[in-house]
Ligand binder design. Sequence first.
Ligand code: HEM
Length: 491
Amino acid sequence: YTSLQHPRRKYPPGPKGLPIVGNLFDVPMKNGWITFCDWSRRYNSDVVHVEALGKHIYAVNSAQAAKDLFDGRPQIYSDKEQSVMTHELSGWRRAWALSPFDDVWREHRRLFHKHFGPGVASRHHHKQEKAMRRLLLLLLDAPEDFSAHIRYAAGSVILDVVYAFDALPGDVRIGQIEPAVQTFTALMETGVYLVDVFPILKYIPAWFPGAQFKRQAAQYKHLVDVMFKAPYEQFKAAWAKGVAQPCFLGSLLGDSEMALDYEREDFLTNLTGTVYAAGSDTTVAAMNTFVLAMVMYPEVQTYVQEELDRVVGRDHLPTMSDRERLPRVMAIVHEVLRWHPPLPLATPHRTMSDDVYNGRFIPSGSVIFGNSWAMLHDPATYPAPHTFDPKRFLTRSGVLRDDVPLPTEVFGFGRRACPGRYFAVDMLFLAVAHILAVFAVERAKGARGPVDVKEEFTPYVLSLPKPFRAHFWPRFDGAEELIRSAAAADM
Ligand code: HEM
């Protein structure tokens, strides 16, 4: 322990900072996962470090170091930064995905797990399948609006599962929520988050968001409060009348165990409202990445469609019960998540006490990024990591290999790792299986022939393909009829 008290502590390597401001200008505003990965190579260290204005920032770039720290030392590495701008002024403190490592978080997480854990996620399958049948119909009728349809499908299934809302496209209940989700993206993109991490930036005029930001934050907070409260109140009204349908919130309200000491109302509002915020944009990002990969790598479609035709046939749509028999579809899901993780730096954790790792110092209150992208692009584990190649997960005979690790880091780290991952993987399995069962995904037709796509992703916390065009063609005679009759059965 004496090394901790040594006046010249040894930190992990990183770029050399300037006097006083330290590495302020090195802290990456965009594509941080690539910068951190480059530093890791340049300084030959899986953990890299910068310091700016007294704040220490670390990026963990290898799966081994992530296991050692996040899994091995959960009492130190499971907290999250609380920021004035995002949490307080803009109302995001309600989201337990961002909350401190405390008893209220623990209780939120325990109750969520009870309804979304690996053994019970199957209770949501019929709602997920219904959302997919609707998605196919939308893609059939307006293929080029695929990105909007994906957003609808990912959002509406969460409303159905959490509040038993059966929302069609354009439903006001979706309109109430989506703008609030977008405030989070806006906060990340304007760099407000950095002001929070380095409070001293508030005194630098160019950085300080000032009165205008405070007005903006008040508007955000209003939207965020509506997102959490409105669906909750609507469900409670149905519950009081005895007409509520089964869902997550209904099970919570009906659970005798819910006689908790917490202020019960806000506890449940925040528990349920966080699901849409955490689960919609992430799923949307992965599904758009899937479409981009299909346009770029058409031969992958043929390979998977052979499996779908053989296992499922062409006279009905796939269901969750086909999953074990569709390893090629699962290989696509894993490769989509590996190729471009929706949260390439997961979400930053915060240390709760001083620590030493491999002889290097990590003080209490540091920001720690787990660089999922770097781990999932490590050529030692995934050769030719920039190529989209689902076959890397399959044996020659086409079953899932057990010697190539699944991209678990896409779901984050330690105690804070995504508890919605079973639900998310089920959703992605269904999306890939449904879309490829009936459609050929191709380049859009422009005035001068097919429109090429670029492999470009947005550079912030949540990273998804930049807008691109694609077309969805029914791929066999009878595909259109199959889509229409399956969707009609739900009406
Ligand atoms: C492809 C889709 C998804 C990806 C890539 C993803 C990824 C992540 C990541 C990286 C984290 C942060 C982990 C960390 O800080 O170490 C997280 C947290 C979380 N996710 Fe997901 N997620 C996805 C879908 C979902 C879905 C569908 C739900 C809900 C049904 C969900 C619910 C949550 C919650 C509640 C947290 C906060 C956990 C906590 O703080 O304890 N996620 N997710």
